[in-house]
Write a protein that binds this ligand. Sequence first.
Ligand SMILES: Nc1ncnc2c1ncn2[C@@H]1O[C@H](COP(=O)(O)OP(=O)(O)OP(=O)(O)O)[C@@H](O)[C@H]1O
Length: 609
Amino acid sequence: MKGRANDKTSASTDTASLSRLLEFARPEARPIALAFATVAVTSGIQLLFPLAFGHILDLALQPVPAMPAEYVAFGLLGMFAVNGVLISLRSALLMLSGERIAASIRSRLFAAMLSQEVAYFDRRATGDLMNVMASDTVFVQKGLTNNAVTMMRSGVSAVGGAGLLVYLSPTLAAVSLCLIPPLGFMAMKFGRYLRDQQKEVQEALSRILETSESVVSNIRTVRQFDQEHREMSTFDDRVQHSYHESRKVGVPQAVFDGMAYLAGNMALVAVLGYGGSMVTSGAITAGELTSFLMYSMSVGLSVMSMFSAYTDAMRAAGAGVRIVEVMDRESLMPSNAGGRTLPSFRGDVSFHDVHFTYPSRPNVSVLTGLSLHVPPGRVLALVGASGCGKSTVGALLTALYAVDRGSIRFDGVDLQDLDPRWVRRAIGVVAQEPVLFSGNILDNLRYGMPYATRAEVEAVAMKANAHDFISQFPDGYETLVGERGLQLSGGQKQRLAIARALLKDPAVLVLDEATSALDAESERAVQSALEAAMKGRTVVTIAHRLSTMRSADTVALLQDGRIAELGTYTELAATEGDSFDRVYILSAALVYVLDCALNIQEAGRSTQA
Ligand SMILES: Nc1ncnc2c1ncn2[C@@H]1O[C@H](COP(=O)(O)OP(=O)(O)OP(=O)(O)O)[C@@H](O)[C@H]1O
């Protein structure tokens, strides 16, 4: 009972997905209809062939033929030529339409992925999404074009051939066709099994892509930790699993193919034996028996090809469900939700009893009643132990996640009432590990402001202490930065990230200070870039360095999901034996020690030089 209910559910899911994906085939209705139309002609001609062949044979066997057999042969040749042209036309139409359908499904998929809230990507692996984009779309593309036409072509040939068999000899037809219904039943069952199993096959493939994607993009870490072997063995395990899942499709498919082959030939042998006796008794001519055999073969092949197209269509249905799942998922935080904008935003930022838990980790509360106020133009340094939620505060400020309870307000207006696009334009972010895109420096700087002029870009680059090092590259602003900025140093990336944030001229700046120590010179360059960037803006800086805490107007200590202490650096440092001390000693002192070590190393180098 349960199995049947599941079967019904997945069948209705498939139907819903299919009708959804058919929308993408609608603009291609004409070329696909034309491809279908060619089927009528090519299948008709193909059906005439056995009749004509039998006719030629009978003419050849006659002592005085009614007409020369060559006439029939030439007629056939002409028809095959027409078929050849139509088959080429159909192939071209299906290929082009299929590619256009795949392209529009991929565009829609990508748009759907881009619109999802950030929490969605916390849960869903990149490799899995890429697999939907690359491989599932191909199944659906084939399902909506080639498979559909193959089904029709084989259907016409099978039904037409069967009709002609009955016309030639109903008794022989019964012998020839008796194995088709049980085979058809098996094919239906097998098709359903394939549809479900295909999802497992695709999931397994996604796991493979996940591993390769993560290893390739983190190859430096893999190499530095000498983990190639372990990664290789994880990869092999996943490949084995994928093979195992594919085998569950391949083995039954092979058995089915063999059985279908055997059944088809058994029918042929039966026709040959029974038909031979009919020729001997004069019930049919030798030519008619030959035609009959050819129709039997053609019907057999068409039925096989129908089964195979059907199983492919079932695979496409499985892939279609995965596509529609992503494509039709409504984002929980759509960027285009609209809302208010604040044309004269002053940069007043406040948190009111904010509670927050990451949706991907619902059992761990990160913020449990955080309240905080940063007046316009002031600098707040947020400090706290590693993992206490400092970066989370930055993520909430840029509306990457929605708070569970409480509110974040800009100039007193709840963030939830504001247009998320406006919010992201109004806030500049310099992340702890700045992310650059492959491309050149100019494109990276203009990322949030594609229409900024070259002069504007250079001005912010100067402010961020980046102009000089950029100008020293032979290609200047056109220098390629490599994938994720791999061809730049940490300090250079940070300065580019500062310049990129400044180009938006944001009223509020969120700075997630890098925990990794830079060499003294880069440190100074980044530090002075940050100081320039902070001028005249409200700044929330996630601080790890003593100097940042000292220069901030207010320091807030985040602990247990809320603000434990608040005041100037001097006030907090003066309070004896409290938690600020511990955090300050642990984090700032560590950074200080690292800085000293680097300076000593550098001094050593210059002495050697
Ligand atoms: N995307 C995420 N999904 C689930 N949990 C997360 C996510 N990002 C962070 N966390 C968890 O939330 C908590 C707070 O993380 P957060 O990055 O805000 O800490 P932090 O104070 O900035 O740490 P650090 O100083 O080390 O950068 C941590 O326990 C972390 O594991």
